[in-house]
Design a binder for this molecule. Structure first.
Ligand SMILES: Nc1ncnc2c1ncn2[C@@H]1O[C@H](COP(=O)(O)OP(=O)(O)O)[C@@H](O)[C@H]1O
Length: 295
């Protein structure tokens, strides 16, 4: 599949999709929002080719969603693919954290839910997504890779009414490894980059085959600036994995029925996983253009 820059937002800003998302946000609790927040394939390349043709016909950029448990590596691979495809990587968790950092009353309410590992109401995440898309539209962004949205069937249905998703990439990984990966997550408070201290080298037995995932260590400058996410405790992680399992299955089914689901079992660390993921997507790595960051 060729990697090019497309004029996706010609379609999106021409108001239709953004306006529909705006309408959805308002109709799904605009009043409550105004008060409380003021601010929610199976592995066959032919399906991907069809998705690519549909996207080109629509004259817009790649629109993919990334599904997968907390800690599976959605952020890592979505970021890389976004750079390769010249589209923005939009991570719902980042939008939520930015909201928590920047606001007062609303931020505290969001933080309470997030710290307990609960999903936020659709209205809230839709609103954050809408604001992010509008900021991107103003900067001429085209296409997207959404990471962490949709996470519920209602979110998937809303998104489906708003725009055509070309592909849903569903990353899968053993539960015991997921828990270790979540516990090992660190963020540098200075540069904002994510790292992972977990050094996974699990023998087979129990849940599956041997899996090797070396740590993603920070550069020297970040070493003393590393923090964990407040909700990355074992108790909360187990809770989140349970919430995830019950919420994600209907979303997988939804995209499966549309022939847009690509299930991908993460085989190990980045050097092993990245080329296999590219192959599963029918993509080749070429020199990518830097994407302008919208915060
Ligand atoms: N699509 C979503 N719907 C509802 N809440 C969400 C969504 N995405 C993120 N959140 C909230 O933001 C938090 C952080 O998200 P994220 O960074 O994706 O973390 P995790 O993958 O560990 O759950 C989630 O625990 C949840 O409270």
């Amino acid at each position: 599949m060729a990697t090019r820059i497309y004029g996706w937002l010609a379609g999106l800003t021409a108001s239709s999709a953004l306006q529909r998302l705006r309408n959805q946000t308002q109709s799904r609790g605009g009043a409550a929002l105004a008060v409380a927040w003021e601010v929610e394939l199976q592995q066959e390349v032919p399906s991907l080719v069809a998705a690519e043709e549909g996207r080109q016909a629509a004259g817009r950029g790649t629109q993919w969603v990334f599904l997968g448990c907390p800690g599976v590596g959605k952020g890592t691979y979505a970021t890389r693919l976004a750079s390769l495809l010249h589209v923005p990587h939009i991570a719902m968790g980042d939008l939520v954290r930015q909201e928590i950092d920047h606001s007062t009353f609303q931020g505290i309410q969001l933080a309470n839910a997030v710290n307990k590992g609960k999903l936020l109401p659709d209205e809230v995440v839709l609103s954050l997504l809408l604001k992010r898309l509008e900021r991107g539209a103003a900067c001429g962004e085209s296409g997207f890779i959404l990471d962490g949205f949709p996470r519920t069937i209602s979110q998937a249905k809303i998104l489906d009414q708003v725009t055509d998703i070309d592909l849903a990439v569903n990353l899968r990984l053993r539960n015991d490894v997921l828990i270790s990966k979540c516990l090992g997550r660190r963020i540098c408070v200075n540069c904002g980059k994510n790292f992972n201290l977990a050094d996974i080298n699990e023998e087979s037995g129990g849940e599956g085959s041997r899996i090797i995932m070396p740590p993603i260590l920070p550069p020297q400058a970040c070493l003393s600036k590393m923090i964990s996410r407040r909700n990355d405790t074992e108790e909360v992680i187990k809770d989140r994995l349970q919430v995830f399992a019950s919420e994600n299955e209907p979303v997988e089914d939804f995209y499966q029925k549309q022939g847009k689901l690509l299930d991908f079992d993460v085989p190990g660390g980045i050097p092993e996983t990245w080329p296999r993921l590219l192959a599963a997507l029918g993509l080749e790595e070429k020199e990518s253009m830097p994407h302008k960051l919208v915060t």
